[in-house]
Design a protein around this ligand. Sequence first.
Ligand code: ZN
Length: 309
Amino acid sequence: MHQTEKAPVGRFAPTPSGRMHLGNVFAALIAWLSVKSRGGYLVLRMEDLDTQRTSGEFADLLRSDLRWLGLDWDLETDPQSQRSAVYDQYFQKLEQMGLLYPCYCTRSQLHSVNAPHLSDGTYVYAGTCRNLTEAQKAAFGRAPAWRVKVPDRIWTVEDLAQGTYTENLLSDCGDFVVRRADGVYVYQLAVTVDDGEAGVTEVVRGMDLLSSAPRQMYLQELFGFQHPAYGHVPMLLAPDGRRLSKRDKDMDLGFLQAHTTPEALLGLLGYACGILDTQQPISARELATEFSWNKLKPQDIYLDISSLL
Ligand SMILES: [Zn+2]
């Protein structure tokens, strides 16, 4: 029997804490190309859990930067800052499953007691607060963070860009925080709920988030969501090998819009990452007809913007 593939649903989920820079642009571009090259949809979502650092003005700038690039979206879902009541429901599910416990560890305790995480340098939580008595909890006299217990089991990410990545959550990460002591939900929970509820079938984002995927896969399973496909795109490097960051002012779209065209910028990105054989101005739509994950370099993408200026 002939079976038609369902249209893929991708997403772009920026943090509106500043002007878009080339690192965000590259992640947004690949997320967009991956779904648009196969007739799919893109969901936009503002990740503004950190209300101190984010603003509506930056969100407006992000939208206008995406439009300038020709990266349109089919739906914008509610920003994370407005969804704590929804996250509460998922938090309660974990509680009902008996998987949550309060953690009273201070930041300095966490770093002194626990071993470093294998992949990203953060610590592995040793389970210090797993079995506190009610009397011990009461003695702390302050609000705790809440951690979810993880199983001793290997998770495998078949990443579209990076190949196979595996992690045992218990030994490589430990029980992780889902709600902070100040009541704010953490990224891992919010992202899992948002992507799951939006029906996202593929998550394309920066390589720095690859080690988050196993934690999110675990939460997806607990919440009853399908696992999406993952594609973690490499960080962009300057010609001297330094990682490009927000600090490089010439990498932000405010500067670039004053000096170049979207077609020239997309042509540079498309060539640098391996989609195009030559550097030539190109629209996002045209680039989508050239896109395939097989062409994309898994790492070491050098970007020399001097050719645009
Ligand atoms: Zn603790």
